[in-house]
Design a protein around this ligand. Structure first.
Ligand code: SF4
Length: 293
């Protein structure tokens, strides 16, 4: 792992994500090296020649001027890196940000695949209605190990549960959903009791990693190759429409609420997870157009 230090002007950047006004990434690069990483385009801006996942730059920034001016803004920590990647244990830059913004009144969302987030529960709890979001896209540890170098699924679910027990709002981010591989409903059954929100996001295949993932499917799941070709070469959305309808049925059956990314929902959950569909970010809307409860 190539580790660099980089000095930047500011750490908060405007975000165009549907759920956040600002994003914070205390690192450039990500040792989790997910094969489907949507953030690997960041490498272009770094000058690194190593593969994505083989380098990380640790950010040091100028103090945030007037943290209170961000009061009420939603800030997502970890949009293009994992803020609790293994280097955070040593460099503590995510913790430094949390210390810096304590008392600022921001709405904090942390996204991670690591249970290192538990180290900072003391600080996270000082924020007003913070949210911790753990990514889980399979219950199969072998598939997980084929796809990323983050901690095991069991450790992620355990972290989700501990955050929930600590009174922190939790999201299980089921992403990316691999057609025919990710069992969305088995995951929801597992995490429903410790998730305030469940976000669903389809696998996108674009850029350099499309060939890699298609090669993996051809080798390990040849029976699914026609489906993947249909979806990713033929642009057929039928699979996602089917999953959308099933998720709506699941929500109905379990008494959960089902909404789309069209109507970002971060309000009260009334004891049941709110399931939010982020498929293709606006193409699938029909069955989740209106909240079910
Ligand atoms: S954890 Fe997120 S940022 Fe890191 S490699 Fe995986 S997808 Fe990319």
């Amino acid at each position: 792992m190539e580790i660099g230090i980089t000095e930047v002007g500011g750490i908060l950047t405007k975000s165009n994500l549907p759920i956040a006004g600002y994003s914070v990434n205390p690192y450039v690069g990500c040792p989790h090296a997910c094969r489907y990483c949507y953030a690997c385009f960041m490498k272009r801006f770094t000058g690194h020649t190593e593969a994505w996942g083989e380098f990380i730059d640790v950010k040091f920034w100028k103090p945030v001027a007037h943290p209170e001016k961000y009061r009420g803004k939603t800030v997502i920590v970890g949009s293009v890196t994992d803020p609790y990647n293994p280097e955070e244990e040593k460099f503590r830059r995510t913790r430094a940000f949390l210390e810096e913004m304590k008392g600022s009144g921001i709405k904090l969302i942390i996204t991670t695949k690591s249970d290192l987030v538990l180290r900072d529960l003391d600080l996270i709890r000082e924020y007003d209605a913070p949210m911790v979001c753990l990514s889980v896209n399979t219950l199969d540890e072998a598939f997980r190990a084929d796809m990323d170098r983050a901690v095991s699924i069991e450790r992620r679910i355990d972290a989700l549960r501990k955050c929930h027990e600590a009174g922190i709002r939790t999201t299980c981010f089921i992403s990316p959903i691999f057609p025919g591989i990710t069992d969305v409903f088995a995951i929801m059954d597992r995490v429903g009791g410790c998730s305030d929100y469940i976000w669903l996001e389809n696998l996108n295949l674009r850029g350099n990693f499309k060939a890699d993932i298609m090669g993996y499917i051809a080798e390990r799941h040849p029976d699914l190759l026609p489906l993947y070709r249909d979806i990713y070469d033929g642009r057929n959305r039928a699979y996602w429409h089917m999953l959308d309808a099933k998720a709506a049925e699941y929500a109905e059956r379990t008494g959960s609420r089902y909404v789309t990314n069209e109507e970002p929902f971060l309000g009260e959950t009334q004891g049941k997870p709110v399931i939010i569909n982020y498929f293709y970010h606006s193409e699938i809307k029909q069955s989740a157009k209106h909240p079910r409860r």
